[in-house]
Design a protein around this ligand. Structure first.
Ligand code: G6P
Length: 587
């Protein structure tokens, strides 16, 4: 959450357009406000900030340009203080401007000390305490370098900081603890919250680790550890997968990403090899994840217990370590994450590593070299490519693909079916007209119910999450068998009930649940296949035939398309839904 950027031009060019470019790539991390600060040719810090999406800042800067060859930028997801201009970063005082991603837990204490010394606060943010602390050091005659180091000794919490000082106008001061940060070398020297945001003008990247501190100048970067000893860091070449190629001919990233799913699944299958013996020493599996990735984990539990015969639990990472969990020896922890950064998942992994040394950690991540992939013992990458739409689509079906490869590693016929899946998914993408009609049917609904059983129950949850997170229509997914225990009370003629019911093991049970729903409401829609469709006398969406174990992947796609279409019909911002961020680095 929150994207930060810092750039120094190596050939004395104005870097404001580059900062704006990078902020565009970071907007997925939050869009409550945006801001830029530069040091101009006279050595003065200039700043511009605007509430809301980056476009507002761009408009302001076009009317009132600022220029500089060194500068910092920020796109905010509000934690402390409402999304107002006063609370927008960069935070600034006489000699300093600073951007921050994270939360300073002891800011009240720092703030109270500074207030007692006569410093005046103008925002409600935790970050301003850091800036005014730095200013108080400068006011005592401490150098910027010492001030920054002293600040790092007193702050507690999570942070990625980039600061500029007018007294040392050629240096970007950076530090990281828990929040991500990458430094790039190329035609400009850059630092950003992710590699993609700086890949445009950099050929090589260094990822900072927790406790690292760096000083970036035009020609050099010096790295230091927690004790401020100079350290060396490994440079990584920028690869194509870090570069965001834009929306192409699509109106929205989300639609492009839905359409890319056959290729993402195909590439994921090609890129990963899972040995027949992979699970030989494993007596338990524990899956930890958040949001959509958690739903992928829920599907995997059905697969793992059925095909690997290994007891499997799946848990929401943000809850896990607060309930004194019992971790059995030889448990394989599988952390599922698109971003590889979600702090709840990262902290849960660290908890397990601390409490049981026999556990191994497998990460399933989409972003290469991300924090979670670096702490894991093994990583299987999903090859979905950069996902920009805040609502996860291709990353989700690619996660399911890796999980299926793991679960079916001893079942060749299922792996063969999986290989055919990308082609079958192409067939679902052609259902656009049918989905459009359905979207018109539910676009004005107050609430929508999704029903599934067995491995499609998590897909009912995921379908409901997709709809509510982007269209703002309330939606709930239920295990169809649970309806009779309460939720059925919600069904009336106005309530759309979307049922996932392919032919197979669960068909007759699900068929009965749908009859019960039909007896109470008129707006029942069944997602099924040709064979199933013959038996229903209500609205159906007919999907291609699929091996029932792979139905969760296929049946996700029309639900994504539906959420997308409804949101477009309602005129909402599909790619940047309100209050959300794609990468969640606060607890
Ligand atoms: C955020 C995103 C979701 C995502 C969740 C977990 O809430 O908006 O789309 O599922 O974080 O993120 P991860 O990167 O760990 O999969």
């Amino acid at each position: 959450m929150c994207g930060i950027i810092g750039i120094i031009s190596r050939n004395n060019q104005n870097i404001v357009p580059n900062i704006i470019d990078s902020l565009e790539k970071l907007e997925y991390r939050g869009y409550d406000s945006a801001g830029i600060a530069v040091i101009n040719n006279n050595g003065k810090i200039l700043r511009e900030r605007a509430v809301g999406k980056l476009n507002n800042l761009k408009n302001k800067i076009s009317l009132n340009p600022i220029n500089g060859t060194i500068g910092i930028g920020h796109t905010r997801w509000a934690t402390h203080g409402k999304p107002t201009e006063e609370n927008a970063h960069p935070m600034m005082s006489t000699n300093i401007a600073l951007v921050h991603n994270g939360i300073i837990e002891n800011y009240e204490q720092i703030k109270n000390n500074l207030i007692a010394q006569g410093y005046k606060f103008t925002s409600q943010t935790d970050t301003e305490a850091v800036v005014l602390y730095l200013q108080s050091e400068i006011d005592k005659g401490v150098s910027p370098r010492e001030a920054f180091r002293n600040m790092l000794q007193i702050v507690e919490g999570t942070y990625a900081f980039v600061a500029i000082f007018d007294l040392m106008p050629n240096i970007l001061f950076c530090a990281k603890n828990k929040s991500p940060m990458a430094i790039g070398f190329g035609q400009n020297m850059c630092v950003g919250s992710d590699a993609s945001s700086i890949s445009g003008s950099c050929d090589e990247i260094v990822y900072l680790d927790d406790g690292d501190y760096a000083e970036i100048s035009k020609d050099n970067v010096e790295f230091f550890n927690l004790d401020f000893y100079s350290i060396q860091k490994e440079k990584i070449k920028v690869t194509d997968d870090l570069v965001n190629c834009g929306k192409g001919n699509y109106e929205h990233y989300m639609f492009k990403e839905i359409m890319e799913q056959p290729s993402a699944i195909r590439k994921t299958i090609q890129a990963n090899t899972i040995s027949f013996n992979f699970f030989d020493d494993i007596s338990r599996i524990l899956i930890l994840a958040c949001g959509t990735s958690y739903h992928a984990g829920m599907v995997a539990r059905y697969w793992f217990e059925r095909y690997l015969n290994i007891p499997t639990n799946v848990e929401i990472a943000s809850e896990y370590r607060y309930r004194s969990p019992i971790i059995e020896d030889n448990t394989l922890l599988i952390a599922i994450t698109q971003s590889g950064e979600t702090i709840d998942t990262l902290e849960a992994i660290e908890y397990i590593k601390e409490h049981n040394h026999t556990c191994k950690v497998l990460a399933i991540a989409n972003v290469k070299n991300s924090a979670i992939s670096r702490v894991a013992d093994f990583v299987f990458y999903t090859e979905a490519g950069i996902e920009i739409g805040v609502a996860s689509t291709k990353a989700f079906t690619s996660q399911l693909t890796v999980l299926a490869m793991l679960a079916f590693c001893k079942h060749q016929y299922l792996l063969d079916n999986l290989r055919n899946l990308p082609t079958i998914c192409e067939g679902v993408l052609c259902l656009e007209d049918k989905i459009y009609n359905l979207a018109q049917n539910i676009q004005n609904a107050m609430s929508v119910i999704y029903l599934g059983r067995d491995n499609l129950y998590p897909i009912a949850l995921e379908g409901a999450l997709k709809l509510k997170e982007i269209s703002y229509i309330h939606a709930e997914g239920f295990a169809a068998g649970e309806m009779k225990h309460g939720p059925i009370a919600l069904i009336n003629d106005e309530m759309p009930v979307l049922c996932l019911c392919p032919s197979g093991r669960m068909f007759s049970k699900m068929f009965s649940n749908i009859q019960v729903a039909q007896a109470r409401g008129q707006n029942i829609v069944v997602f099924t296949d040709d064979k199933g469709a013959l038996l229903f006398d209500c609205n159906t969406v007919v999907l291609p035939d699929i091996c029932e174990e792979l139905a969760p992947i296929l049946y996700s796609i029309p639900l994504q398309l539906l959420a997308y279409r409804v949101t477009v019909l309602r005129g909402e911002d599909v790619d940047k839904p309100r209050n959300l961020a794609k990468s969640v680095t606060v607890e």
